[in-house]
Design a protein around this ligand. Sequence first.
Ligand code: MTE
Length: 323
Amino acid sequence: MLIRERRGWELREGEATPETVFRDRRRILQSMGFGALIATAGLPGELALAAAPAADPSAGLYPAKRNDRYALDRPITPENLATTYNNFYEFGSQKTISDEAQALPIRPWTVTIDGMVEKPFQIAIDDLLKRVTLEERLYRHRCVEAWSMAVPWTGFPMKALVDMAKPLSSATYVRMETFLDPKVAPGEKQFWYPWPYLEGVTMAEATNELAFLVTGMYGKPVPRQDGAPLRLALPWKYGFKSIKSLVKFTFTDKRPVGFWQKLQGNEYGFWANVNPAVPHPRWSQATERVLGSDERRPTLIYNGYGEYVASIYKDLQNEPLFM
Ligand code: MTE
């Protein structure tokens, strides 16, 4: 991604704080009698721990039934790795933002649907959850930085949200926005980034069966660092398209320019479909580092999901589909 310091993917694996270590630090401090202090004032420097975030009111909806149509070719990534090795620039450009992300309030949370629709509306996340059927899907997740995970997401097809929105026939794209609140997300004070985080897809992509709006992960509500309470998973595209903590869906006839595309359009494009044969200008995409193992695997075109999505692109061969 955009490099100002050491690149995120250059972090050694050991520099990510696994969830178990984090929990252990908390347990040890509590047993030393620091519990009240942790809860009220926090602790300085290395010992600082955030107060426990409020419980998620949607917890009772999980685990949801698994949809076996989406099978993996590799083991599921351990939960403590997938939830502590993150890209969420709102909370910092390093991978270890899971503690900081606990500051994000996820209730009340309102989602706005506007633009070229029959009637714009807003809906509270818990009302949205009542209108959809949740299912679990196992998806591969391939970051443009050439690492990958395999994640049990819970959520609902994006098509269900498109149907709810009743777009006009003139709408050709969906533009999506992350929350904007620099008070809780210190990264959003960094003026050189074009906040809020923004992404876009075509209507054909939004309604493809793989496009999945995620509300849960590992049989529980999705944690804040992974994009609570609502994020996207587009498993055939590089991970930066899978926008987190969504507050707005705008139906439009203008192609949205995403956060990374705005910053560095020659490296991060609109389509960003995974392709091992098209290198990033600064590194190869031929293989990927499988998080949680020593394995490097050959990357697959469309991240292995070509049978579902290749037909979307058959008449678009002059577009830069793979950057
Ligand atoms: N969404 C927002 N709002 N902010 C981000 O920084 N990073 C993207 C994507 N969505 C990002 C985002 C990138 S680069 C990746 S690889 C995935 O989120 C990472 O998702 P994960 O942390 O759940 O693995």
